[in-house]
Design a protein around this ligand. Structure first.
Ligand SMILES: *[C@@H]1O[C@H](CO)[C@@H](O)[C@H](O)[C@H]1NC(C)=O
Ligand SMILES: *[C@@H]1O[C@H](CO)[C@@H](O)[C@H](O)[C@H]1NC(C)=O
Ligand SMILES: *[C@@H]1O[C@H](CO)[C@@H](O)[C@H](O)[C@H]1NC(C)=O
Length: 443
């Protein structure tokens, strides 16, 4: 992890996250154009027919003269920064149309491939070793395409800078960034968030996982690679919290020194407060180690049961008004874990939230929880339940509701991904994105 690339000394309301490195130049900020060239084929590979530079990436642009005076850099993503981005044709994708849509491979992106995500205990010994070594590589390989945003103070744009990060840390950072309180009229609103407490929750996390999976496929050249998941239903304790899998820990929560992730450091640890982004995301500062304390929290000392998952899948409404953490009889709110799934009425911690708190340590600090690879395994299983719901109730983009949650409208871009994926477009069968799930213990 090298440090600062660019200081934003320009007087621009420009900040970017998970940003294409090629679009963090002074001229990209000045012109608000993010249409990098692909090879020798011009911006967005236009001369090779891969795409074109399109004005207005946002599918629901603000009407002229009605641009809201929000201070938050993520709102209306990525409209606040770029007016023009690449629109890619056919099976092409990526910030310069130089890559393929998820699920497609080959120079012309004409080979469709569906990988199978399996329960981590279904993998052979060799496949497990391969998974852990790929993660180790992703944690130490600098992201070629993306840089992340670091600030000391969100009110002062001259403290913003872009820093290099590893492939895994870019993934961890995206989650952290999406969860920061929203700055509106100079005050912080922590009751809304771009990735949680609303209908965007399942799709947002689906996109995060599939982007990490693809980065690992490209980094290793292993097109068959699929992220595994952890089916925690009915577990008495975290049975994968051993050194063969995600690591044993001591009573303080420190991972066993002989386990795979004992040397990992958490990006943005210690900065889980609103007025800064991730100021210490560089090696000059000491980042915390991962910590985990499964079962140690007396309020959340169990994992969800088979019945909890069954009950969650009873709710045929994808989400219900008011589309936040108080939604009743809502599949999304039951899955996210603000609702008792059996009655659909009682607000209580369950499912997704319960597992975060059960695992403790880094996982229980939800903003930075993505630093612990058990996050990937946990969300893989959450995504599998989402997939089961889509099949059971024939979910399509039209199922995604209109709602008032900031950044979670059906036509808004999932924040802060690049390129733009509309929230509603993430409500599709997983084969559309190039993967499916194994059947394990009846699900
Ligand atoms: C896109 O991929 C499909 C395979 O799923 C292929 O049939 C089609 O020809 C591809 N499109 C182009 C323009 O290559
Ligand atoms: C921000 O302040 C302006 C002017 O005082 C006001 O009109 C607007 O409603 C406020 N916006 C929000 C979201 O509070
Ligand atoms: C989980 O419980 C089983 C028995 O129920 C025990 O053998 C095992 O050591 C426990 N594992 C952990 C990580 O606590």
């Amino acid at each position: 992890m090298l440090c600062l690339c660019i200081f934003l000394t320009l007087c621009l309301s420009a900040v970017y996250s998970q940003f294409p490195r090629a679009c963090t130049t002074e001229s990209a900020f000045r012109t608000k154009i993010c249409c990098p060239a692909w090879k020798n084929a011009g911006p967005c590979g236009s001369r090779a027919g891969r795409g074109r530079c399109r004005n207005m990436i946002v599918f629901q642009p603000f009407a002229a003269g009605q641009v809201p005076q929000y201070d938050d850099d993520r709102l209306g993503w990525p409209r606040h920064y770029y007016d023009s981005t690449c629109e890619c044709f056919e099976n092409y994708s990526g910030f310069n149309c130089g890559s393929c849509k998820y699920g497609y491979f080959g120079e012309k992106c004409d080979q469709k491939k569906i990988v199978i995500r399996r329960e981590i205990r279904e993998l052979s010994f060799l496949e497990q070793k391969r998974f852990f070594s790929y993660l180790a590589l992703a944690k130490t390989t600098k992201s070629k395409d993306f840089v992340i945003l670091s600030t000391g103070d969100r009110h002062h744009r001259d403290t913003y800078r872009f820093v290099d990060a590893s492939i895994y840390d870019v993934f961890a950072w995206i989650h952290y960034y999406s969860m920061k309180p929203i700055l509106i009229n100079s005050t912080f609103d922590s009751t809304h968030n771009y990735a949680h407490q609303g209908p965007a929750f399942p799709g947002w996390h689906r996109l995060g996982l599939v982007s990490l999976e693809r980065e690992i496929q490209l980094m290793t050249g292993d097109k068959d690679f699929a992220l595994p998941y952890y089916d925690w239903r009915g577990e008495k304790n975290c049975s994968i919290c051993t050194n063969d899998f995600v690591g044993d820990n001591d009573v303080q929560g420190i991972l066993n020194p002989y386990s795979h992730f004992s040397g990992w450091r958490c990006i943005c640890s210690g900065f889980n407060y609103p007025d800064a982004y991730c100021p210490f995301a560089s090696e000059e500062f000491q980042m915390e180690r991962l910590q985990r304390k499964p079962g140690a929290n007396p309020q959340s000392n169990r994992l969800p049961s088979f019945k909890d998952v069954e009950d969650t899948l009873k709710w045929g409404n994808f989400d219900t008004p008011p589309y936040n953490n108080e939604a009743k009889q809502s599949f999304r709110n039951a899955l996210e874990g603000f609702l008792r799934a059996s009655d659909g009425m009682t607000l209580e911690r369950n499912m997704h939230n319960l597992v975060h708190i059960y695992l403790g340590g880094t996982m229980s600090q939800v903003a930075i929880s993505s630093n612990d690879p058990v996050f990937v395994l946990h969300h893989g299983f959450i995504d599998k339940i989402y997939e089961a719901w889509i099949h059971k109730y024939n979910g399509t983009p039209d199922t995604y509701p209109e709602n008032e949650e900031l950044g979670q409208g059906p036509n808004e871009c999932s924040t802060p991904y690049f390129p733009c994926y509309r929230n509603k477009d993430l409500l599709r069968k997983s084969t559309y994105f190039g993967y499916k799930y194994s059947t394990y213990q009846g699900l």
